[in-house]
Ligand binder design. Structure first.
Ligand SMILES: *Cc1c(COP(=O)(O)O)cnc(C)c1O
Length: 441
């Protein structure tokens, strides 16, 4: 944003969602964010080229490390999250992997919520173990479990604002305070909430990661992710030599000492993104920026529709239970009131009577809802974990994962709520029309 007010007025969320990180292109006057589809950038002279590579000056070198279209997306999300900066990646899991890789080394230990996105569980359990990092999963609702799992070598606490499939709401303030008492950061995956519904940094979180693939993009077109940092954590407290000490991978640069509150993010970009790759494409950044412009409008509609659908389902005799933190009888309602005052998101699970058979019948009967494995699209999405993503599990194993044979996960879109409910009502009628033997088969 430009003009006399910039710098003295703190612009609101919606203004920043449309403008943050961009001015009209100085060369062409283009008002939309240009797609800088280029791999590399011509240096003005050998001295500035050297200064860029030494990180003495900030300038474009190569699009694996930075790109102007991607930079606008990074700055926009950082602004919306109340962070000092951000680094974008080719996917949410690439973002998370790089965020972890930058701060952890072999011999470290991480404590994470057990109610995480499935891909995150796999990444933490198997990829980190390969790198020599140990992991303990805890019930995110129990503070004593978080506390009890912390060891002298623990370097990070990690959870999701809204967990899956139970709709757990993380007590961010309490978990952040615990992390800080032990001299370590809290990292939060804010994908399901988006900064419009919750800003974890306001409650003490240090690092926020996103799968931009979901609500930030909002239209199911592109895969991407981003890491932002509050810039408040003291990486020089003696517990993070991997961030604070002179780096052999960057000719002895001490990132935290040199860049202060930007130290972790600089290391994330100049080393982890440089060396692991996984950069966001400029075209995807452009699509994510379009999505973010309407984030608040879409999230308000997503939430309003989710509440209507959840109410309909909880009143339906064919439904056993609805696990949506936005319903007043949810065990997470008090935490949702605190952390998610504008709504508890639009992804939640419910259980139909009649087990696996009822679940598959319901899904097959729908016209408006799309049966697929994604969330956060403008379109309403539905999946039956027991017959798809968790198909190989026995009923006992499903129960341990918080998934019943009749559990259905919804991502409520922005269509007419009446049509979404009409479709579900017809599907549930089809389920109850099955003979009892069919239902239990
Ligand atoms: C989808 C998702 C991810 C992974 O993101 P990708 O963009 O698919 O790599 C991580 N966390 C949550 C909560 C997600 O929904």
């Amino acid at each position: 944003m430009s003009g006399d007010n910039a710098g003295i007025r703190e612009f609101g969320f919606d203004t920043r969602a449309v403008h943050a990180g961009q001015r009209p292109d100085p060369y062409t006057g283009a008002r939309a964010v240009p797609i800088f589809q280029t791999t590399s950038y011509v240096f003005e002279d050998p001295e500035s080229a050297a200064a860029y590579f030494n990180l003495q000056e900030y300038g474009n070198t190569y699009s694996r490390i930075m790109n102007p279209t991607v930079a606008t997306f990074e700055e926009r999300i950082a602004s919306l999250e109340g962070a000092v900066g951000g680094v974008a990646f080719a996917s949410g899991l690439a973002a998370q992997a790089a965020a972890l890789f930058t701060m952890l080394e072999s011999g470290d230990h991480v404590v994470a919520s057990s109610a995480l996105y499935g891909g995150s569980v796999t990444q933490l359990k198997h990829v980190l173990r390969k790198l020599g990092v140990a992991l303990t999963f805890v019930d995110p609702d129990r503070m004593e479990e978080w506390e009890g799992a912390i060891r002298p070598d623990t370097k990070l606490l990690f959870g999701e604002t809204i967990g899956n499939p139970g709709g757990n709401v993380l007590d961010i303030e309490a978990v952040a305070a615990l992390a800080h008492r032990h001299g370590m950061p809290l990292m939060v995956d804010n994908t399901f909430a988006t900064p419009y519904l919750c800003r974890p940094i306001d409650w003490g979180a240090d690092i926020v990661v996103h799968s931009a693939t979901k609500f930030l993009g909002g239209h199911g077109t592109s895969i991407g992710g981003v890491v932002v940092e509050a810039g408040k954590f003291d990486w020089s407290n003696g517990r993070f030599p991997v961030v604070a000490d002179p780096s052999p991978a960057y000719h002895g640069l001490a990132f935290h000492e040199t860049f202060g509150m930007y130290g972790y993010l600089m290391k994330l970009r100049a080393e982890s993104l440089r060396d692991l790759g996984g950069a966001m494409s400029p075209f995807n950044a452009f699509l994510f920026l379009l999505g973010v412009e309407t984030l608040s409008l879409r999230m308000d509609r997503h939430v309003r529709n989710a509440v209507e659908v959840a109410r309909f389902l909880s009143d339906h005799p064919g439904v056993e239970r609805v696990r949506y933190a936005g319903l007043p009888d949810s065990p997470y309602a008090p935490l949702a009131a605190k952390y998610l005052p504008r709504g508890a998101g639009a992804v939640f699970a419910f259980d139909v009577h009649g087990g696996r058979r009822a679940g598959t019948t319901l899904i097959q009967s729908l016209d408006v809802w799309s049966h697929l494995a994604n969330v956060g699209d403008a379109k309403s999405l539905i999946i039956h974990p027991a017959s798809t993503t968790h198909r190989q599990l026995t009923d006992d194993e499903l129960a341990a994962a918080g998934i019943g044979p009749g559990t259905i996960r919804l991502s409520v879109g922005i269509e007419d709520a009446g049509d979404l409910i009409w479709d579900l009502r017809r599907g549930l009628e089809r389920v109850t029309a099955q003979t009892p033997e069919e239902v239990t088969a």
